[in-house]
Design a protein around this ligand. Structure first.
Ligand code: DC
Length: 223
């Protein structure tokens, strides 16, 4: 099979991460969670006490930040300047800060180069918000994964129970705020690429979502 680069964009809670991992597993591809990179920048900025709109300080921070994914027992680990930050970046505070810094051009510019570098050999599934529109406009297959607001909040609520429990109301409020930030920012807002295939996961299991995606991929390869 010729090497493919596959992108999955969509709002939080649509099931991107689980889908991306399973799809990559089925294809024996790498998966790259680009939201983790924005979260890595957010964690570094918070630990230095930076404001999410201080472009000068963020630019300086990015110039000293070396992030890489390395394989671990339960999937890829994110290493930032030598420290494993995989488990620290999943809190509601980091989610909101990541959304704020992701609107800053200096941060997007820094991560654009890193993401394109990670995608240079293809054989990968990239998930994020602007994979199909900005980072990899020439990707071989693009998906836009969505689900109803209610189901997305419920999924995030269940996920957070394990790391940082919150009420369903708080999860829903944060999600609405973050969706608004991510889809109304000037630079690389969350939106489907014109040639993206839309999949709604509201009433579908992850297996069913991945099954649909594999069918699309097979059809594209045969064509
Ligand atoms: O997918 P996530 O929730 O881990 O992403 C965290 C934040 O990072 C999200 O609110 C928006 C931002 N992000 C982005 O702007 N572009 C991406 N490709 C991935 C994430």
């Amino acid at each position: 099979m010729k090497p493919l680069l596959i992108t999955i964009d969509g709002p939080s809670g649509a099931g991107k991460t689980t889908t991306t991992r399973l799809l990559a597993d089925r294809l024996d591809y790498r998966y790259i969670d680009t939201g983790a990179l924005y979260r890595g920048v957010a964690l570094a900025a918070i630990s230095k006490g930076l404001s999410p709109d201080d472009d000068t300080a963020l630019e300086k921070l990015c110039s000293t930040l070396k992030m890489e994914f390395i394989p671990g027992e339960k999937g890829l680990r994110l290493i930032s300047n030598g420290s494993d930050i995989t488990d620290q970046i999943r809190t509601p505070e980091i989610s909101m800060f990541a959304s704020a810094v992701s609107a800053r051009p200096v941060v997007r510019h820094f991560l654009l180069d890193l993401q394109r570098h990670l995608g240079r050999d293809k054989n990968a599934v990239f998930e994020g918000r602007d994979m199909g529109t900005v980072v990899f406009p020439d990707a071989d297959v693009k998906f836009f994964l969505d689900a109803s607001q209610k189901i997305r909040s419920l999924r995030r609520f269940e996920e957070l129970k394990l790391v940082s429990p919150q009420s369903l109301e708080a999860v829903e409020r944060d999600m609405r705020r973050r969706d608004k930030n991510d889809s109304t920012r000037n630079l690389a807002p969350l939106k489907p690429a014109e040639d993206a295939i839309r999949v709604d996961s509201t009433d579908l299991s992850i297996e069913a979502v991945v099954g649909r995606m594999l069918t699309v991929i097979e059809n594209i390869i045969i064509r």
